[in-house]
Design a protein around this ligand. Structure first.
Ligand code: SF4
Length: 192
């Protein structure tokens, strides 16, 4: 079983990858980056258990899955069968991980990395925060595109990864990379 925080369907290429995707937030992260906005996802086993078959069955009409954190590669043994199943039917896999490739110790971690069409990798480093990078929260993080559908994928930096909107009650909705820094929020509203 895979322990997850939640999942939902998204169509937001800038934040989560091309096409219609199942966005899966894994529960548990051993990396504990300072300034991580997903600290509620650090504790292992606190989410809901879901089988890879159950997730697989949700993916028939979409482009693929985006594995997000928490840290997906901390559950690599549980996730690998799902990744195999999805690749078999030509779905794409986008992996967000705090690890670099050379840190990976398990064969299952390396296999998921290699099978993923796009890998966004590296710790979040608060001093390198940049809210105008596609997929990434800090400038040290790297994007790898492998052979396959997204081999020539063009990364398109420059838009804010934080999406702000007001709902009908006048409350602020924040999606994507969240910031408590007022200057970041002002920058989003004023950037041309
Ligand atoms: S790897 Fe991701 S989820 Fe884990 S602490 Fe770092 S930013 Fe947070």
């Amino acid at each position: 079983m895979i322990n997850i925080h939640k999942y939902y369907f998204v169509e937001n290429e800038y934040l989560y990858g091309p096409g219609k995707r199942l966005l899966l937030f894994c529960q548990g992260c051993s990396l504990h980056c300072q300034g991580c906005v997903n600290q509620h996802l650090w504790e292992f086993g606190k989410g809901q258990d879901i089988s890879s078959d159950e997730i697989f069955n949700l993916c028939s009409d979409i482009d693929g899955i985006t594995l997000h954190g928490g840290e997906p590669l901390d559950q690599s043994e549980e996730l690998l069968p799902l990744v195999y199943q999805l690749k078999k039917i030509n779905k794409t896999v986008i992996l967000f991980t705090g690890y670099s490739y050379k840190e990976l110790k398990l064969a299952s971690q390396k296999k998921i990395w290699r099978l993923s069409d796009i890998v966004v990798a590296g710790r979040y480093v608060a001093s390198k925060r940049n809210i105008y990078l596609q997929f990434r929260g800090s400038s040290n993080q790297r994007i790898y595109t492998h052979k396959g559908k997204y081999e020539n994928y063009k990364v398109n930096d420059g838009k804010s990864v934080t999406l702000l909107s007001l709902n009908k009650n006048g409350q602020l909705n924040v999606k994507g990379f969240k910031s408590n820094n007022l200057q970041d929020i002002l920058n989003i509203f004023t950037k041309k």
